[in-house]
Design a binder for this molecule. Sequence first.
Ligand code: ASP
Length: 335
Amino acid sequence: MKKRILLITTGGTIASSLRQEGQGLTPTVNGAGLEALLGPLTLEYQITVRDILSLDSSNIQPEEWRLIARNVAAAFAQKEYDGIVITHGTDTMAYTASILSFMLRHPPIPVVLTGSQLPIIHPLTDAVENLRTALAMASSGTRGVFVAFNRRVILGTRAVKVRTTGFDAFESVNAPYAAMVDGTGLRLNPAAIPPVTGDFFLEDRLCSNVFLLKLTPGLDPMVFEMLGKMQYRGIVIEAFGLGGLHFIRRDLVAKLHAMAQLGITVVVCSQCLYERSDFSIYEAGVKALEQGVLQGFDMTTEAAVTKLMWILGQTNDPEQIRERFSQSIFGEIMV
Ligand code: ASP
């Protein structure tokens, strides 16, 4: 029996072409077009296509995340598919993959995002290879949200785009790959995939008023006041190294206290892509922890930002926020 796959399309380079010379690449190819260009690969599966968006992923925002999540939830309810593949632009795919990992609680079947660095209509495209991996993962019966790229599969919460043009555009950051394609076919790594048990439910409330602040030496602490005035409810700070913020001359730590008073949740993580941050090691980090900030530890920035948006969509209670942020939903934080 062929595996039944729902192919949801949202745009991205994979579906793009030059509509007009000098206007830049824009999504033009729909799902039927993608399927036609996949050639004999489609004979291996029973594919149903659903076009829900046709956007460069720079234009994919919280409203679109919700739309995608709801379409996936509706497909789960149909119980007609063995897996779902979502084509998506690579630029913000890591954000979408993270938020879907949170919104889609206990997905009953695999949900696999993929895209490409070259349009599917380009003779040298990587799209077919990426779709090949995505379709295999979507047929694997592995519950969860994943990104398939360059013959590798990454947990949705661990994918980060690290290259602008290389076909190895995505890495699994601070976690092993969930699967790889080699001479044995799709080789799953069960130890890397958190077990999913329980019934599916959709939790798609979110608060998009979360700001990501990358620290630079000498940053004016007034920036926090500005964010408070702009009604931000959460701030993720990408601080320095293992974990530190400056507190001499320009005292950022004092502002963290003010943020807590305003009911703004602050998460601290590192500008370093790899390995775990820990603000309890240096004085410049301990002082921040004393102000009640939450730690991102080994989370990717994309997962930290979307998780905070998701939690703030559900509660304002500082204790609940702290507790939910520290619990792993789908492998985003090592607990
Ligand atoms: N700008 C494109 C997008 O994210 C890039 C890509 O898909 O590779 O939609």
